[in-house]
Design a protein around this ligand. Structure first.
Ligand SMILES: *Cc1c(COP(=O)(O)O)cnc(C)c1O
Length: 408
């Protein structure tokens, strides 16, 4: 319970947050697992060569995802940047040294237009230009597809280094179709699956569907260190990532990186500090991510989802007793693995509208964050996954208090 005034944030004079909106980075993402914290503490007790540790992580990620290799990154976002850098530079040290400058070098990443999103800045940060394809007809009801397979095929040219895909249960065209088109053109596919866990089966699903690189957040459902992520995929691309990320600017006569990650024979010399150097991952984060991943895959998905669903139902039941609220539990097991409580405020009768309510909750101490994306439609949401049951009760009480109505 974070309401007792005894968090480290209270000590620092900063209001803590009760998280009723899910794994959002801006309010701390998730609570790290005990197993990961313990691993981080132990990692802090000794030195290790980071490349050795990444090589061990690669093996573990490869076992869990079925990919050839893997890498621990600074969040899924940096996994996307490093993945794009690998697709642009391959094993060319000079290109690596020039990134993100890609003048005169093939560096286009093709994306279905409806997959464009704020996180694709991560791809552009490597120096890529995004070429988006198709329109938005399906969503608008003006056509049956947003992007036709032939349009993707036509957009892939000599300038293309990858096709990027944002994975959601509803994204189209199907991933397998996109993989087929990309591979017919000898171009790799990078998938952003940052938030597509659980189910744990998704760790291997996209690799099974043939993708070349897939990014997951380590600080969302996996509940590893907040600044960790996973990139899994083709060995040659992961090796390129390692070269652009590891601090490798060592004395050449004694340069001896682990061969699983760096193919010394194929290198003309020692790589410089690469694009990834500003996305450092510490020994603590690598060890913590591996421990969290092990614990995550050992979890019973169904039990976790059922626990979240029960909490949603309970919260919905309590909010229903507030006269000016209309409450439903949405997305239970349909498009989204996590159920969400969707609350509509009857603004004709309520003393405050949805926007005022959401803002007032955020201004309290502790701050209460409910989902506010749909306040213009008089709605807010409560996501059960980062809430303890005692906090859920407190959130319901504070909503009632702000509506100046007693909850039952
Ligand atoms: C959260 C998220 C990211 C970024 O992940 P980090 O691990 O926070 O870097 C990227 N893409 C999508 C779709 C996300 O939801």
């Amino acid at each position: 319970m974070t309401t007792g005034g005894n968090t480290i944030y209270d000590d620092l004079g900063v209001p803590p947050v009760i998280n009723a909106t899910g794994t959002k980075t801006r309010i701390g993402g998730t609570l790290i697992r005990e197993e990961a914290l313990e691993a981080m503490n132990r990692a802090a007790e000794a030195f290790v060569r980071i490349s050795d540790l990444q090589a061990a992580a690669s093996e573990r990620i490869s076992e869990v995802t079925g990919a050839d290799a893997g890498y621990v990154t600074n969040g899924a976002s940096s996994a996307l940047t490093l993945g794009a850098a690998a697709c642009i530079a391959g094993d060319d040290l000079e290109l690596m040294a020039n990134l993100p400058d890609t003048e005169g070098v093939p560096s286009e990443i093709v994306m279905p237009r409806t997959h464009r999103n704020g996180y694709d800045h991560a791809l552009r940060a490597a120096g890529a230009d995004i070429v988006d394809v198709g329109a938005n007809d399906y969503h608008l009801g003006t056509g049956s597809e947003n992007t036709q397979p032939w349009q993707l095929d036509a957009a892939i040219t000599e300038e293309t280094v990858a096709v990027a895909y944002m994975e959601k249960p509803f994204t189209r065209p199907p991933l397998e179709t996109v993989v087929e088109i990309a591979h017919d053109n000898d171009v790799p596919v990078i998938v952003d699956a940052a938030a597509e866990l659980p189910p744990t089966g998704n760790l291997s699903k996209y690799v099974d569907q043939g993708v070349d690189l897939v990014a997951f957040s380590g600080g969302k459902a996996i509940r590893g260190p907040q600044s960790s992520g996973i990139l899994a995929g083709r060995e040659d691309l992961i090796k390129s990532v390692a070269r652009q990320h590891l601090d490798m600017h060592a004395s050449e006569p004694v340069y001896d990186p682990p061969e699983e990650l760096v193919d010394l024979e194929a290198l003309p010399g020692v790589p410089l500090q690469g694009l990834g150097r500003s996305m450092k991952v510490g020994k603590e984060e690598i060890a913590g991510l591996i421990a969290a991943l092990d614990a995550f895959v050992a979890e019973d998905d169904e039990a976790v989802l059922a626990e979240w669903h029960d909490r949603s139902e309970r919260i919905a039941g309590e909010l229903e007793s507030i006269d000016v609220l209309d409450v439903e539990v949405a997305n239970a097991g349909k498009t989204d693995a996590v159920s969400t409580v969707v609350v509509t405020v009857d603004e004709e009768r309520s003393p405050v509208d949805a926007e005022m309510l959401v803002s007032a909750l955020r201004a309290e101490n502790p701050r209460i964050f409910v989902g506010g994306d749909d306040v213009p439609h008089s709605q807010f949401t409560i996501n059960p996954r980062c809430l303890a049951d005692s906090e859920a009760d407190y959130v319901v009480d504070r909503i009632a208090a702000n509506l100046e109505i007693e909850a039952e």
